[in-house]
Design a protein around this ligand. Sequence first.
Ligand SMILES: [Zn+2]
Length: 273
Amino acid sequence: MEFSLVGDITVETNSELIRQKYKQIIINAITFFSKETGLTIDDMKIHIVISRDYINDIKKRHYQPDEINDINSNAMFIPKDYQNEEFRKIDKAIIIVNLMKLEAYQASLCSIESIIIHELIHYYDYYFIYPNNVIDRYGKIICSQPGSIEYVIFGYFQLRSEFRAKYFQEKYIVSGMEEIKEDYMSKFLVRIEFSNNSNLFYTLSHARGQLLCWETITDENQAAKDYIEQRKNEIEDIEKDKCIKNVADIHTLVEFFDFCDKLKSAQEPSAIH
Ligand SMILES: [Zn+2]
């Protein structure tokens, strides 16, 4: 069953009960997203799938279905460049929510809303920042060749987006809290995964996003400040060891472009010769 939520935002579910439950959840997420980014409902063209068959629902829409295996994420964002021919024609960003997983750990309404906000931030980065700010400067780096500098720049574009998505997701979760406690932070701080590079990059940028968010609301709580400082130091050691840029330092567009420009000019032969 597919229904039109508001404006050009559509939602797909397989039951009336889920439709009723998710309607308000998605509206709450969009309201927060809109307030944070300044995008209005009229700017948004999105299709959201509330899925009980997560992997197959991704495969059905993804341009490389064979690459999609063993994914156990809460949700996934599929921008147009990663959609197959059939779905590209519909010309909508796609968000797929892993309902089975959310039900299995009995996710709270607030947590489901925060997950949708996370995916909406990716939407903002891929559908507004990328075409309006990135392409002019570095070209269509989404499909660049591994080994090229454009590929590295796109890698950092993705990490920056992960950082921002996690930052705003966390901001939404803690917005109702008066103060941030150490036991909350130690329970929910993303664990850094070393199993492969993409997991390492991914978890580092998420942890950085959370720490920056918490830092803004610790105020006078010294124990919380110390906790954050300690975790930042540990993460910095990992980044230095693996030669990974701290993505919190390049989260504004100015910082991001400055960093990428330097990467690019370091690759090019000097004009003086
Ligand atoms: Zn993400």
